[in-house]
Design a protein around this ligand. Structure first.
Ligand code: GLC
Length: 523
């Protein structure tokens, strides 16, 4: 394949390690579990794996509260297991991305333990301490300042109170954090996902945020002082220089409160390689999953990313959101999940697939007493938290869906008896096979990877676009509705590449209900 670059042309698969595969029967997934499934991932056809945090953590935010950046939580395995994971992944052509959670540490991190030990401890200034709080709110609820009895000051935490924000303005913090990147690159890691990187720097004067209308305290503020400060840019330059001192390393940022404009401002040859803009995800109840709105979103991001010369990323699901299949599908019917998958894998940009998305896993529903996620516990029933999309991977129809021999940390979805990897592998019409075929087509057809995006005029209920390189054009047409829809491809000699319907037919035939059709024209 000509100049194939794994992070640009390939597909990245997000693993939530707690929920992927448990090798030692403690109900939690682990690194040896992931290693045992690498063949599966290579066969599926993805190019990179993003591991949600595997560092030692008291799990107040399930790994996103790190107590040691340069180690593996013993429940997930050891550094030796990690080295084996890197080696075995690389042997299969899979790249590995770590999740760097560096806006805050755990309150159990040695740095914070020292910082809170006294006002004149040398690490005091590694965190953000003040005599008086301002009006800032924590994203997971409540005031962003916690009073520390022992030393008589407040510390800042934009998430839970067990996640104190570090002071990135302190040169020693900056150096220590950059060392952690180096530590993992030395172990062979290929890249990083940066958790809420655009909140690293706060306005040094800590002024109050202006207020606005919103439901929760956090939403009732305009976040102009607690994130997106100019000092992040020189840091990204420095980080990029560090990454570029190793061959072919990658960085993708989780832009907090993302818009395409904000996202592209952090990307470029001397900044991040990419950042999320979350154009097709939302927690909103009335998320408008219809062709008109989707085409508008695509146009919006195409314009912004093209103008900035930045390569986009595509996301339908992740560990913070209700899964796309839960948002758009009715019951166990997978038609809309196929549509979401087709968009994910044919839009211009790097697709990020979330574990289980390839088999259309749905969110689990929990009783209030079962909820573990901090914002869910706080805001139930307005917001039930993120446990739903973090349920154990559904491997087969055995007990605990083949995830573990023990009771898993979160319940297995009751549909696992029918909806699992083994069952879908045996069924050529399954979402699994549809996904696998699409992944293979992306690899085979340059237009799908690198082609320009050209929208086609759509009829109500349908969507169509082209992806074009000089030597070939691929056309995607989708019928969102449950009745047939007329369809006429542009002039030319088209061939069917793939259809979600059983038998490939005439490229210009009417679209069947919910059909996804891919056509190709060679120039
Ligand atoms: C990011 C993560 C989320 C985590 C939060 C705090 O948004 O994706 O899971 O809770 O940061 O680290």
């Amino acid at each position: 394949m000509d100049n194939y670059l794994w992070w640009r042309d390939g597909v990245i698969y997000q693993i939530y390690p707690r929920s992927f595969a448990d090798s030692n029967g403690d109900g939690l997934g682990d690194l040896p579990g992931i290693i045992s499934r690498l063949d599966y991932l290579a066969d599926l056809g993805v190019d990179g794996l993003w591991l949600s945090p595997i560092y030692p953590s008291p799990d107040k935010d399930f790994g996103y509260d790190v107590s040691d950046y340069c180690n593996v939580d013993p429940r997930y395995g050891s550094l030796a297991d990690f080295d084996r994971l890197v080696a075995e992944a690389h042997a299969l052509g899979l790249h590995l991305i770590m999740d760097m959670v560096m806006n805050h540490t755990s309150d159990q991190h040695a740095w914070f333990q020292e910082s809170r030990s006294s006002q004149d401890n040398p690490k005091r200034a590694w965190y953000i301490w003040r005599d008086q709080p301002n009006n800032w709110q924590a994203s997971f609820g409540g005031n962003a300042w916690e009073f520390d009895q022992a030393t008589g000051q407040y510390y800042l935490h934009l998430f839970t109170k067990e996640q104190p924000d570090v002071n990135w303005r302190h040169p020693a913090v900056r150096q220590a954090q950059l060392e952690a990147f180096r530590f993992w690159m030395e172990r062979g890691v290929d890249g990083f996902r940066l958790d809420v990187f655009n909140a690293y720097f706060k306005n040094p004067d800590l002024p109050d945020n202006p207020t606005k209308f919103g439901l929760r305290g956090f939403d009732r503020q305009r976040h102009i002082h607690d994130m997106d400060q100019p000092e992040i840019l020189p840091l990204l330059n420095e980080l990029r220089a560090l990454l570029d001192s190793y061959p072919e390393r990658y960085s993708v940022g989780e832009t907090y409160l993302a818009t395409p404009q904000k996202t592209v401002s952090y990307c470029g040859p001397d900044k991040l390689h990419a950042a999320f803009s979350f154009d097709f995800t939302s927690n909103d109840l009335n998320y408008p999953w219809n062709p008109g709105w989707i085409m508008q979103q695509i146009a919006r991001r195409e314009q912004t990313f093209n103008a900035a010369g930045v390569w986009p990323t595509s996301v339908m699901s992740n560990h913070d959101l209700p899964r796309a299949a839960s948002r758009y599908c009715k019951g166990e019917e997978d038609a809309q999940a196929r549509i979401a998958m087709a968009l994910l894998l044919t839009l211009r940009g790097t697709p990020f697939m979330y574990y289980g998305e390839e088999i259309g896993m749905r969110d689990i529903s929990l009783r209030r007493s079962e909820i573990l996620d901090p914002p869910g516990r706080r805001y139930w029933p307005i917001y039930k938290g993120r446990d739903g999309c973090r349920a154990p991977m559904q491997w087969d129809a055995s007990k605990n869906a083949g995830f573990s021999t023990a009771r898993p940390w979160l319940p297995v979805h009751p549909d696992a008896l029918q909806r699992n990897v083994t069952a879908q592998q045996a069924n050529p019409d399954s979402l699994f096979h549809f996904t696998r075929k699409l992944l293979a087509l992306r690899k085979a057809q340059p237009a799908l990877r690198q082609g320009d995006y050209i929208p086609l005029e759509a009829r109500p209920g349908t969507l169509a676009y082209l992806r074009r390189v000089p030597e070939q054009t691929v056309l995607l047409a989708i019928n969102f509705k449950g009745r047939p829809a007329a369809f006429t491809p542009p002039d030319g000699k088209w061939q069917v590449l793939l259809s979600s319907q059983a038998d490939p037919k005439d490229p210009a035939a009417a679209l069947a209900p919910h059909e996804v059709r891919l056509l190709i024209k060679e120039e």
